[in-house]
Design a protein around this ligand. Structure first.
Ligand code: MG
Length: 282
């Protein structure tokens, strides 16, 4: 049996070991389910990524490459549907802005793809944590790369800008100031399902935020969920990309997509020509 003095020493050692985690306590949860990576969903104690200044915002939008599908170039919302069918976000200074009329979805559907888009949260800061400049890019309408004003805005690590929401924080916080244009360059590999609907390969995402790599080929645990575990349900090989209207006026511009074939089926080697059987003994 341990003597009281030893127990007391052990307890103080445990308290010391827990001190750094306790310093990370902030917005977040302590009662949510545990993800496969060992953290709780929106874990209040999960370390928040360090801040990296990405440098000044680009003065001009990045031009779309020749083989891109341009979804928004500042002129109209023709590429999208909205609540009750019609996209109703505001068109403001060459950008489209969420205005509490519901999420937008692309009319075109995509599987594996590369996405470029630019976004800006309101220059006049209102709210805090998840209530500040919240939006999101949802592949297949269900796998979210978070959009948030994460500039000097503490929130739970898996909910900040460029997080795979509720699953994986970005490697660093590369957020620019409110009102400044920010870029996302995303590579999405769609999940693969077997004929019986079982998951064969999870979705994977690479995210470059303001020119800084923040996720590299990161597997997703399933469709995005709030305060709940993500999970997969089989779906078609292609689906829409959704932009979230979370109630905050977030602007987007210069949104284009390049369709990819990450299985490189066009590069498959031809089947070997049949060889005449070898005649033994010659
Ligand atoms: Mg969001």
């Amino acid at each position: 049996m341990l003597r009281p003095a030893v127990v007391s020493l052990l307890l103080s050692a445990v308290a010391t070991a827990q001190a750094p985690a306790a310093q990370n306590q902030g917005p977040g949860y302590t009662d949510t389910p545990v993800l496969p990576n060992g953290w709780r969903v929106h874990d209040a104690a999960r370390p928040r990524p360090r801040v990296v200044d990405p440098g000044p915002a680009p003065s001009q939008p990045v031009p779309a490459p020749a083989d891109a599908v341009v979804l928004f170039d500042g002129r109209n919302l023709d590429a999208f549907t909205g609540r009750d069918g019609k996209a109703q976000w505001a068109l403001v200074e060459g950008a489209m802005e969420s205005n509490r009329t519901g999420d937008l979805e692309t009319k075109a559907h995509f599987g594996d793809c590369q996405v470029h888009l630019e976004w800006a949260t309101p220059a006049v800061v209102k709210g805090e944590s998840q209530g500040r400049g919240n939006s999101g890019v949802f592949f297949f309408g269900r796998y979210e790369v978070q959009v948030l004003d994460s500039y000097d805005n503490p929130t739970y690590a898996d909910g900040q800008a460029a997080a795979l929401y509720g699953q994986t924080p970005p490697l660093v916080n590369a957020c620019r100031k409110p009102g400044e244009w920010q870029t996302y360059d995303l590579v999405f590999r769609a999940p693969r399902f077997a004929a019986d609907g079982a998951l064969r390969e999870p979705a994977r995402v690479t995210v470059v935020h303001n020119g800084i790599l923040v996720h590299h080929d990161q597997p997703m645990f399933g469709a995005t969920a709030h305060r709940a575990l993500p999970s997969y349900r089989a779906h078609a090989a292609k689906g829409p990309i959704k932009l979230q209207d979370h109630g905050d006026p977030v602007r987007f511009r210069n949104f284009w997509v390049r369709e990819l074939d990450l299985d490189r089926s066009a590069d498959a080697a031809p089947a070997p020509a049949s060889q005449p059987a070898e005649t033994p003994g010659k």
